[in-house]
Write a protein that binds this ligand. Sequence first.
Ligand code: C5P
Length: 314
Amino acid sequence: EEEYRSPWNSSNVPQQVFHSVKMWNAVNKFHVPYKRRRQKFFKSRDELQREVEERVALRTVRAGDGPFSGDDWDAFLPKKDLRELLGPMKRCAVVMSSGSMRDSSLGSQIDEHDAVIRFNAAPTKGFSADVGNKTTLRLINSQLMTVEAKFLSNPLYHTGVLIVWDPAPYSRDLYAWYKKPDFNFFPKYKEYRKAHPEQPFYILSPSVQWDLWDVIQENSETDIQPNPPSSGMLGITVMMSLCEEITIYEFLPSRRRSDLCYYFKGHINKQCTIGHYHPLTFEKMLIKRLNRGHNCDIHDFGKVSLCGYSRPTM
Ligand code: C5P
């Protein structure tokens, strides 16, 4: 119960998180500079909102970007950008895969949103009372694309717009990334585009993950993991740049919080919620500071309300 009263504050970071930070800093796989910038003054919510808006732009790979040129990339990469494709959207929902989504009965309120984003292999079938039915976007990681044997044929992936991201070098250098992606999803991407040419499928630019990471690091009091933000956090920024208002479900977990990792699987692991590889605890502290809703909505429903980049017209 203690954890619920003031979770995701800098005074409340679990010891385990500091161990993860230390461990991943020793690895520093993505060559993040060791000298970290930290802002001197604690920003207000509105200053922080402005900073995210100004520094984290939604970019996807376009034909002709660095190594992504030639006939095949011309044919496979989407011509329209995401904003053009989806248009300006008003109310959007971000549904985390957290165990605390289970038995939430949030499904119908999630479906009332104009657009819903889900992550990786998170299903709706069999769980719609808790997580809803609607899937407008699905953000997946490159690991899933290369590891999941049925990625091309599994109907789970055939609904909505797909976006894939891959942990890229901190340098944001497209050539270095192209030569050595974390998981080589490029051939699978082309295969998928051939098999499902009608379904929009985007590749997130590496600048998104590291621009976002910079903002998280600079607004944290301590060093964070030198690894890209979680899919969930990337999805929040995707929706912030596409929508006027965003509701996030079970990123800051409700009273239903437990050590259950996912709502759709039985395995138990605390780190799913506090992070190990990803700077998840620090992502959550930042989102808490951006929240415009009430703390009781977090406690009761696992709900956070954010403003998007585009403001409603008055
Ligand atoms: O593990 P996966 O990335 O597929 O999960 C989707 C997102 O949901 C995560 O990236 C993370 O942001 C969020 N999540 C969470 N707590 C959990 C499980 C997932 O915050 N227990």
